[in-house]
Design a protein around this ligand. Structure first.
Ligand code: NAP
Length: 293
C-alpha cells in the first residue's frame, strides 16, 4: 500500500536508530488509509543525538502532527520537549511528541499501551495484583509506572543492576500511590515471581535468536499471566510459559496500542479511536513479509 500524498498531507514518523526494522510505518499508514486521514508516517533514522535535535527543531516548522521516539532516544526526547506529561517525566522517557503550534508536547504511551494490551490480549487488569517486572530500563520504567497507576498492590523490580532498579523505585515513589515496591536481583527473585499474578519481561533478553529467558522455567506456573515486551520473534520465555500452561503473550499488542494511543493524541478528537485491529493486522503482515524474505 502506498500512502496518497497531497499538497496538504500532514507528517508523522518515528525517530530512532537503527530504524530499518520498525513496524510503525506499516501499522500507522494502514490506519490512516482506513480513516481517510491525509497523513503519512515515515521512518526518521537518525544516527546521533545531534541529528535528533535537528529533526525535533525542524518538526516545529514542518507540517508534523507529531512523531514517535524509539530506542535509543526516548530519554533525550524528554529534554527536547517544551512540556512533558507527568507520567512521562516519572517514567523518564518520552515516546510520543505532539506538535501543537510549533511547540513540542511530550507523552509516554508505552505504559497505557501495555495496560490496554494486557486487558485485550490476556484479560488482565492490574488492580490489587502482585507483579514481577524484569528490567529497569526505559520500557520497564513505563511499565512499572503504568502498573502502579493501574492499582497494582505489589511490584517487584528484578534487575541485574540493583542501583538502576532502586533509582526506578525512587521515581515511582513520586506517584504517591500505596503500592509496595521491592527491588531484587535475579538470583533472589524466585519467591516474588512464583507469588506474582503477572510476570513481565522488560529486559532486552529475547530480541536476539538464541537469547535465554530472563525467568527460570521452574518459577513459572499455569496461573501466571506472562507478558514479554519483545515482539516479532518467538521468545524462550513465551514458549516456556505456554508449555507450563501460563497465559503468555508477546509484546506486539503493546506495540500496536502504544502507537494507536499516540495517534489518538495527535488526532485529538473524541469522534473515534485509531483502529487497533487494522494496525495489528498491518504489523502482523509486515512481520510475515520480513520472515518470508
Ligand atoms: P533499555 O533501557 O536499554 O533497558 C534494557 C534492560 O534490559 C535493562 O534493565 C538491562 O539490565 C536489561 N538487560 C539487558 N541485557 C540483559 C541481559 N543479558 N541479562 C539481563 N538483563 C539484561 O531498553 P528498553 O528501551 O527498556 O527496552 C527493553 C525491551 O523492551 C526491548 O526488547 C524493547 O524492544 C522492548 N520494548 C517493547 C515495546 C513494545 O511496544 N512491545 C516498547 C518498548 C520497548 P541492566 O540495567 O542491568 O543493564
Amino acid at each position: 500500500m502506498t500512502p496518497r500524498i497531497s499538497g496538504s498531507t500532514r507528517l508523522a514518523g518515528v525517530i530512532g536508530w537503527p530504524i530499518d526494522h520498525t513496524l510503525s510505518p506499516a501499522m500507522h499508514n494502514a490506519a490512516y488509509e482506513e480513516l481517510g486521514l491525509d497523513w503519512v508516517y515515515i521512518p526518521l533514522g537518525v544516527p546521533d543525538e545531534a541529528g535528533v535535535r535537528r529533526v525535533a527543531a525542524a518538526a516545529r516548522s514542518l507540517p508534523f502532527v507529531g512523531f514517535n521516539v524509539t530506542m535509543p532516544y526516548k530519554q533525550i526526547a524528554l529534554e527536547l520537549c517544551d512540556e512533558v506529561a507527568q507520567v512521562a517525566r516519572i517514567a523518564g522517557a518520552v515516546n510520543t511528541v505532539h506538535v501543537v503550534d510549533g511547540a513540542l508536547i511530550g507523552y509516554n504511551t508505552d505504559g497505557r499501551g501495555l495496560l490496554e494490551a494486557l486487558e485485550s490480549d490476556a484479560g488482565f487488569a492490574p488492580q490489587s495484583t502482585a507483579v514481577a517486572v524484569f528490567g529497569a530500563g526505559g520500557a520497564a520504567s513505563s511499565a512499572v509506572v503504568a502498573l502502579v497507576l493501574g492499582g497494582a498492590s505489589r511490584v517487584t523490580i528484578v534487575n541485574r543492576s540493583h542501583e538502576r532498579a532502586e533509582e526506578l523505585a525512587e521515581r515511582v515513589a513520586l506517584l504517591g500511590r500505596d503500592a509496595e515496591v521491592f527491588c531484587l536481583q535475579p538470583e533472589t527473585a524466585s519467591d516474588a515471581v512464583r507469588e506474582a499474578d503477572l510476570v513481565l519481561n522488560a529486559t532486552s533478553l529475547g530480541m536476539k535468536p538464541g537469547d535465554p529467558s530472563p525467568v527460570p522455567r521452574e518459577w513459572l506456573r499455569s496461573g501466571h499471566v506472562v507478558y514479554d515486551l519483545v515482539y516479532g520473534v518467538p521468545t524462550k520465555l513465551v514458549e516456556e510459559a505456554r508449555a507450563v500452561g501460563a497465559n503468555a503473550h508477546d509484546g506486539l499488542g503493546m506495540l500496536v496500542c502504544q502507537g494507536a494511543t499516540a495517534a489518538d493524541i495527535w488526532r485529538d478528537t473524541a469522534e473515534s479511536r485509531m483502529p487497533r485491529d487494522v494496525m495489528r493486522r498491518a504489523a502482523e503482515d509486515a512481520i510475515a513479509a520480513r520472515q518470508a524474505r
